[in-house]
Structure formats: C-alpha cells, structure tokens
Ligand binder design. Sequence first.
Ligand SMILES: Nc1ncnc2c1ncn2[C@@H]1O[C@H](COP(=O)(O)OP(=O)(O)OP(=O)(O)O)[C@@H](O)[C@H]1O
Length: 234
Amino acid sequence: MNDSRNATGTGIVLQAEKLVKSYDEGNNELEVLSGVDLTVTQGDILAIIGTSGSGKSTLLNLLGGLDRATRGSVSIAGNALATMSDRDTGKLRNRYLGFVYQFHHLLPEFTALENVAMPLLIRGDSPASCQEKAAATLKKVGLEHRLKHKPSALSGGERQRVAIARALVTEPALVMADEPTGNLDERTAAHVQSLMLELNDTLGTAFMIVTHDREFASRCPQQYELHDGLLRRL
Ligand SMILES: Nc1ncnc2c1ncn2[C@@H]1O[C@H](COP(=O)(O)OP(=O)(O)OP(=O)(O)O)[C@@H](O)[C@H]1O
C-alpha cells in the first residue's frame, strides 16, 4: 500500500474519476451519480451540499469504499479500489479514513475513553498505547474531563465530539462526515463545526463534510454542490 503523503508525489488522498452509480429498480434503473470527478488533497476541507435525495450519502459510501461504483474509479492514497478485495478495501479504509455520522453510534456500555480506544484495539495495538492515544485525542476535542463518562452522561455536542475523536484516533488522512451536526441544536452545531475547522488547521487532517447547512458550508474553503448526478465546485 502506498503512503498518503507521497502516494503520487502530490499529496492526493482521494481521487474519483467519472464515477457513476445506478440502482436497479426492477424495470427501471435509477442513475444517482452520472460522472462525478473529485480530488482531495492532504489538508483540504470541503463541504458537499445538495438537496435531499441528490446522492450525497451514496457518493460518500462510494468514496469511502463502503459500496461499489457502477462505473468509474475511486482511489485512496493512490490505491484503486476497483480491483481490490473487500478485505483489502477495509484495510485501506481503516488506515486512511475516519468516519463521522449524524448519529454518534457510540457504544452505550463503554466510556468515552473506551469508545475512542476501540478502533486502535481492533487494529491490535497494545491496551496501554490505545488508552494513551485515546486520552490524547479526547484532549484535542476538549473532553479531557469526560474520559470516564458513558455516552448517556454526555451532552449531544459532547457525544459528537467523542465520535470525532474516535474518527481521528487512528490519525487518518481524511475524515468523511455525513451530516455531523444535523442532530444538534444551532449553538452546539456551531461549536462542533468550529472544532472540525480547528482540527483541520492544527492536525492537517482533510475533512469532507456533507451538510444541509449552507452557512457552515460557506465557512469551508471548498464547496461543492451535488445536482442532477454531477458534482460542481461552487
Ligand atoms: N440501496 C439503494 N437502492 C435503491 N435506491 C437507493 C439506494 N440507496 C439510495 N437510493 C436512492 O438514491 C437516491 C440518493 O440517495 P442518497 O441517500 O444518496 O441521497 P442524499 O443526498 O444523501 O439524501 P438525504 O440528504 O435525504 O440524506 C435517492 O433517490 C434514494 O432513494
């Protein structure tokens, strides 16, 4: 596997070319993506907006290797997904990508620290190193005083910050976030949005953020709109 920093000598983390996705609907074929091109370079932060049903989640699933394209190509750190087994795609995903969703998906019976340590434990790191890295990452999202709290004892914004820490703990090149603040009140959403912009700035992690929030999108240096199956830079 290539390293993201010098995969192509250009710091390209993710590249999609002429991406098409159709769903088979019996007699009909629903073409959701009709030829999407996108390049994400190290440290980029980009927002993707689009009306409901325009294919934003479909696009993220393809780019993150969670689903396969009908045509076209996706490569992560210079590795083309099309010819890769599901197992190798999973390995690539774990190494280079982090994911944040609208709902935090934290495990309720585990503390914030244990939830954040989980991806490292699954990867086979030693328990001591997992704990240390998880604590350091929770500090980066301002939750060093909440390590032992379970999700039920955290506020909505805190839970989402734990989810962001969990996505960051493996030091991914790119975090893909699907409506990460869609479930938060306006004020809390604004805090979590600022946190992602800060983390991008301080850690150099690239962020791709699907959002309905046009104001948030306008705070991101790159903005794209998905419309009629195509992705257009705004
Ligand atoms: N597995 C599937 N099988 C058939 N059609 C699907 C499937 N997944 C999504 N679709 C359809 O593809 C279109 C795009 O869906 P998608 O979830 O990607 O949109 P979205 O832009 O993320 O929407 P929202 O903003 O409402 O979450 C929709 O018309 C949806 O019904």
